[in-house]
Write a protein that binds this ligand. Structure first.
Ligand code: G1P
Ligand code: ZN
Length: 541
């Protein structure tokens, strides 16, 4: 065992999804080691522990896993359960942590961010419930990064990550497992595979775009093997270190190829995609893109059609910027709705306490109490289960939903790599005028209420502040301003726009058109162009 004198990591607090940095930063001398040791110290050591270890297969995934294993062994861990070739999707890792009753796990991913030597890398610790570390644990890990002076690592040869079975590394057992089978079994328990398989027998056509990322092997096993969808249903299904040079982010911008197929000639009946680490999803029917907020609402409304949710839902949780569509479903069903800060970790307590069954975020994340992460393939399978049971198309289901509940027109405008001072200045200026906004009017839209979102966790009583500035308008419109916590360059300003429409004649417009008055009000109230120098958003979803 060698103990090496070293320097603290550079003082950035891990965000909602662990620590994300340029890959070269993680590869710089002692950086990864410092962070891993800080995690181990921040969770009061791993002596005698069992940990799950795996990642999305991006560049440096395998090298980083070798370091983590040697450090876990040096720190006295009893066992590491590792996905073959270092692969585990984030939801599959969450499931394994829970199923095997481990002390948590380390997940290597920068989610939907591009991969490669010059792109992004990330690492996060998930606790024994399978979910992202709580704020309290993250704070402890961060505190350790500021005081670390040494880390522990053994010298040993690389573990053969391709070989299934158990080996030893020092005194620690390394168990290499098939990353797919436990997860696929879980999906088979939750959903009606006979009904879904029947769709494919009947000629239903689907295209699942794995975006060269981690869900490829999972999707092939589930769709093409177990559900017997035709070979080729899964596109870009071989994970690559740089995701084929793309952004593995399942939205209409980055999954444009899928959008073109779904809106083109001879389109299949159903399209879906997932992100780098498999926790996000995109759903698109024949000529019908489903916004993530609508997806959450439709899934919550019809989840009882799947075996796992046949008894109904305990409650629904959504992140604050997510549209209020799910609230209307919860109200109709007479169940609780929770509005949490952005980031999946806030759902964990509600799921653990049995208060919520289904959760979702506007950023293409949907999931349930089956794991403690959002889950891309889960969302795709629940949609398929609903399609199979109702016999309806995606666009028919959306039209039904809007006719019943009204439509929450929704869009998010992102301004990326904005100067940090300018972005912080914009937020502060909004904060300063909150009290004056009430009653003010922008292009005929009167502000009914404005505040900065704070959250009191109903389960553990913890309090989270400064979670985004909300401006509500008379008639059901809303704009939210928030700075991203996951960007790796400058600041990203997110502007979330929403408008409730209940007039049956007005349910089928383009969201950007329907939202035009709200968009104009958002620009006026925040002075986006004057403060950031940007006349238009970089990404509209
Ligand atoms: C983004 C999303 C958020 C999600 C997070 C992790 O965070 O907006 O909903 O939980 O990625 O996938 P943000 O960059 O907005 O802080
Ligand atoms: Zn992800």
């Amino acid at each position: 065992m060698s103990t090496i004198q070293t320097n603290p990591i550079d003082g950035q607090k891990p965000g909602t999804s662990g620590l994300r940095k340029k890959t070269r930063v993680f590869m710089s001398p002692h950086f990864l080691e410092n962070y891993v040791q800080s995690i181990f110290d921040g969770i009061d050591g791993v002596d005698g522990s069992t940990l799950v270890v795996g990642g999305d297969g991006r560049y440096f995934n395998d090298r980083a896993i070798q370091v983590i294993l040697r450090m876990a062994a040096a720190n006295g861990a009893a066992r590491c359960i590792v996905g073959q070739n270092g692969i585990l999707s984030t939801p599959a890792a969450s499931h394994l942590i829970r199923k095997r009753g481990t002390d948590g796990g380390l997940i290597l991913s920068a989610s939907h961010n591009p991969g490669g030597a010059d792109e992004d890398f990330g690492l996060k610790y998930n606790g024994p419930n399978g979910g992202p570390a709580s704020d309290g644990v993250t704070d402890k890990i961060f505190a350790k990064t500021t005081e670390i002076t040494a880390y522990k690592i053994i010298e040993a040869k690389d573990v053969a990550l391709s070989r299934l079975g158990a080996t030893t590394l020092g005194d620690m057992v390394v168990e290499i497992i098939d990353p797919v089978s436990d997860y696929a079994d879980l999906m088979e328990e939750l959903f009606d595979f006979n009904a879904i398989g029947g769709l494919f027998v009947g000629g239903f056509r689907m295209r699942f775009d794995a975006m060269h990322a981690v869900t490829g092997p999972y999707a092939k096993e589930i769709f093409e093997n177990r559900l017997e969808a035709p070979m080729g249903t899964v596109a870009h299904g071989v994970p690559s270190e740089d995701f084929g040079g793309g952004h593995p982010d399942p939205n209409p911008i980055w999954a444009k190829e899928l959008m073109d197929v779904m809106y083109g000639e001879d389109a299949p009946d159903f399209g879906a995609a997932s992100d780098g680490d498999g926790d996000r999803n995109m759903i698109v029917g024949l000529g019908a893109y489903v916004s993530p907020s609508d997806s959450l609402a439709v899934l919550a409304d019809l989840a009882h059609l799947a075996p796992a949710y046949a008894d109904g839902l305990a409650g629904i949780a959504r992140s604050m910027p997510t549209s209020g569509a799910a609230d209307r479903v919860a109200e109709a069903k007479g169940i609780e709705i929770f509005e949490t800060p952005t980031g999946w970790k806030f759902f964990g307590n509600l799921l653990d306490a049995g208060r919520a069954t289904i959760c979702g975020e506007e950023s293409a994340g949907t999931g349930s109490n089956h794991v403690r992460e959002k889950d891309g393939l889960w969302a795709v399978l629940l949609w398929l289960n609903i399609l199979a049971k109702t016999g309806k198309s995606v666009s028919e289901l959306l039209a039904d939903h809007w006719a019943k509940y009204g439509r929450n027109y929704y869009s998010r405008h992102d301004y990326e790599a904005v100067d940090s001072d300018a972005a912080n200045g914009l937020m502060q200026a909004l904060r300063d005028q909150l009290d004056d906004l009430e009653g003010a009017s922008f292009g005929g839209l009167a502000v009914s209420h404005a505040d900065e979102f704070a959250y009191d966790d109903p389960v553990d009583g913890s309090h989270s502040e400064s979670q985004g500035i909300r401006i509500f308008f008379e008639g059901g419109g809303r704009v939210v301003f928030r700075l991203s916590g996951t960007g790796t360059q400058g600041a990203t300003l997110r502007v979330y726009l929403e408008m409730l429409e209940t007039d049956p004649a007005q349910l089928h417009h383009d969201p950007q058109d329907a939202l035009a008055p709200i968009i104009a009000a958002a620009q006026a109230v925040a002075g986006i162009e004057e403060r950031t120098g940007r006349s238009a958003p970089d990404v509209i979803t």
